[in-house]
Design a protein around this ligand. Structure first.
Ligand code: MV4
Length: 455
């Protein structure tokens, strides 16, 4: 049993982890940068230790600093949250060698899924459908495969993921140039030029399945999240269940996600991302080997604490429930509130929160580390709050989200709240018939009309 958990993160997720530790009776210690000294998670943890200056490279990403802090504070385990060191193989290896339990999956699982071409091959080998394509880094073979697939195709970097290092190719004349640009970009961004090729799907939806595995080989899978509302590969709104997914498709997604997690012996919380084409065919895309920003929507529809479960399975405990006990009740929607100005190209807007009035009432959950008087530092991700609405159905969840968006007041910084008020009033969002292309098209049409309302 753990006595003390080290939190190697900041902001809302650090607070989220502290809350689950508190409920489990575990002592917490947080490693913080100089910029986060006066933050709520640093205050709420049982212990705190400075790991370096504000720059993430010198603090939250600084492996020697984090590992020394874990050793000095004699923590048994480390929770990495998301981002920073959550999928960093050297960090997980050093934890293992230093007898620190990493609250997450094995090094091997992170390796397999971190290499997107290997992840594809692995999924294929277990008969999980992937988008028609080829793992191929040779230009001549690539061109041959592209002709066979038919244009448009998409070239992706094996070391990329989450939208980094991809090129859409519309016809054969563009192929050579885009192939080599993609390869060079992969080389310079990831230090590795390996590529793979896929048929380009028009207007797909991004649908993902949360799962948790324990150390005894049990895996449970959860109702899907629809994460199709994105801008530049950053998710803005997520919901569960997807308005597009019926039980027939859900069962298929469950089967594929379960099979893949089980076959690779996955032992933690993880998420399998699928692209679903307009005919409702799901294809494996990537796996995220961490807890994700949008995990609360799954918690609300399933009644299951995913962070608590992550900690318990890392301690060697069994999952508390079997697949039959995984529930899908009602509907949940999350809006990621960023300190960014949507009327000025989403320009980051750090600074002091002069006034803060939080929404509440039935079906509203607010995950945030900010408070009135808090200065949002400019060094990190601009996510400052997750506003999550729950209802007995989608309509009620939307009504509650709209109410919460009307109640909330944040002054002193710009936020994405005005954009959410617009999206939650838009007929396409309300109909549930949106693809991954919709938000960018909507933002373009708004830009033409003039600017989005100011905060
Ligand atoms: C695709 C695709 C169409 N066809 N792959 C973007 C993020 C990365 N994980 C994969 N992405 C895409 N891959 C094929 N074969 C379209 C996208 C895509 C996308 C996917 C999910 C959510 C938003 C997106 C926005 C643009 C493109």
């Amino acid at each position: 049993m753990f006595k003390k958990v080290f939190i190697a993160n900041r902001g809302e997720i650090a607070l989220r982890v502290i809350r689950s530790c508190r409920e489990l009776g575990l002592r917490t210690v947080i490693g913080f940068s100089e910029a986060d000294r006066d933050s709520i998670p640093v205050r709420l943890a049982d212990e705190r230790i400075c790991i370096g200056p504000p720059s993430p490279k010198e603090s939250y990403l600084n492996i020697p600093a984090v590992v020394s802090a874990i050793e000095i504070t004699r923590a048994d385990a480390v929770h990495p949250g998301y981002g920073f060191l959550a999928e960093n193989i050297p960090f997980v290896e050093i934890c293992g060698a230093s007898r620190i339990v990493f609250i997450g999956p094995s090094v091997r699982n992170i390796q397999i899924m971190g290499d997107k071409a290997l992840a594809r091959k692995t999924a294929k080998s277990f008969r999980v459908p992937v988008i028609p394509g080829y793992e191929e880094s040779d230009y001549k073979n690539g061109l041959h495969h592209a002709r066979k697939l038919g244009f448009p195709v998409i070239i992706k970097a094996s070391a990329g993921g989450g939208g980094r290092g991809m090129r859409r190719v519309n016809n054969i004349d563009e192929f050579q140039q885009l192939w080599y640009t993609c390869q060079e970009e992969a080389m310079s961004s990831f230090g590795e030029g390996a590529l793979y090729l896929e048929k380009f799907l028009e207007r797909p939806r991004h649908i993902e399945i949360q799962l948790v595995g324990d150390r005894k080989g049990n895996v449970i899978v959860f109702p899907e999240r629809d994460c199709s509302i994105q801008r530049r590969h950053q998710k803005l709104i997520e919901e569960s269940p997807s308005p597009f997914v019926d039980w027939k498709l859900r069962k298929k997604l469950y089967r594929y996600a379960y099979r893949l997690a089980r076959k690779i012996n996955y032992k933690s919380a993880g998420t399998i991302e699928f692209l679903v084409d307009s005919d409702g065919n799901p294809y494996f895309m990537e796996m995220n080997t961490r807890i994700q920003v949008e995990h609360p929507v799954t918690e609300l529809v399933s009644g299951y604490d995913l962070v608590k479960s992550q900690i318990l399975v890392a301690q060697g405990e069994r999952l508390g429930i079997g697949q039959k006990e995984v529930k899908l009740n009602g509907h949940a929607i999350e809006c990621r509130i960023n300190a960014e100005d949507p009327s000025n190209n989403f320009m980051p807007s750090p600074g002091k929160v002069e006034k803060l009035v939080l929404p509440g009432g039935p079906g509203i959950r607010v995950d945030t580390h900010i408070h009135e008087g808090y200065a949002i530092p400019p060094y990190y991700d601009s996510l400052v709050m997750k506003l999550i609405a729950y209802g007995s159905n989608r309509q009620e969840a939307i009504e509650r989200m709209r109410r919460a968006l009307d109640e909330i007041v944040i002054e002193g910084i710009r936020t994405t709240i005005p954009l959410y008020r617009k999206i939650l009033a838009h007929p396409i969002f309300l109909s549930g018939r949106y693809s991954v292309k919709w938000l960018e098209n909507f933002l373009e049409s708004e830009a033409e009309k003039g600017v989005l309302p100011k905060n």
